[in-house]
Design a protein around this ligand. Sequence first.
Ligand code: ZN
Length: 258
Amino acid sequence: MPSPPIDFPDHYPCPACGARHALRPHVSSLDVNGKMAAIGICSACLVLVNIPVLVAHHDGHLSNLENQAAALETYYRVDASDTAALEGTVAANGFLINLLKDKLGDLSAKTYLDIGYGAGYSLYAATRHAGHVMGVDLADTSITSLCNALGWPPNLELQGDLAALSRPADIVVLWHTLEHIPDCPDFIAALKARIAPGAHILLQVPLLRPSSIIDLHFSFFGLASLRALFSGQGFDEVDYWFDVENDFITYMARAAIG
Ligand SMILES: [Zn+2]
């Protein structure tokens, strides 16, 4: 196997597994803006890595949290004047709840946690099915508008930090969240301290496509790298699905009991 080019930044930790000296050149791809982006692969966990974003993050040229929070405010706007449209969007986001119900049955006694809920439509939908619903994100502007328009659910808890959550979660939803995180092992370790034994995680991430190569995405997971991440953290695989129309992978895992 040829050595990586001398300037390839393989000394940075893999965002998905934390391994150092494991990143290798993989492919070049156009990003969402038609700009050339170097994509690496982690030889330890097989995740694909957005190298310019990883380098910018570690060199201090990218404030990840500020960048992500600013994007939240930019991308998620709720028009509170059109409650019928908002109800429709909440209903359309119920597919995620239906998937959970298919797998886990009735959710009314469950504590539900969504990390990186974004606009908050599926978080809002969850309040109608789960016992207690907790949302963690960097900004709550959108969900606040949504609740002001449609009513504040009494079982909804919003936090800016995992450490502030009031109770352990039975269900964790990470919907387009993992790809934004520069240090997944630390994140999953912090998450494990906040979940009940046997808790289920349901996640979705984008596959590597030009449309998903943006400066907010560190990692592009596939089945092998998701398996490496979750089995390495003591989770059992429950199921997985490919959305071939949108180029997403959806994955469900279960934490060990006890
Ligand atoms: Zn890795």
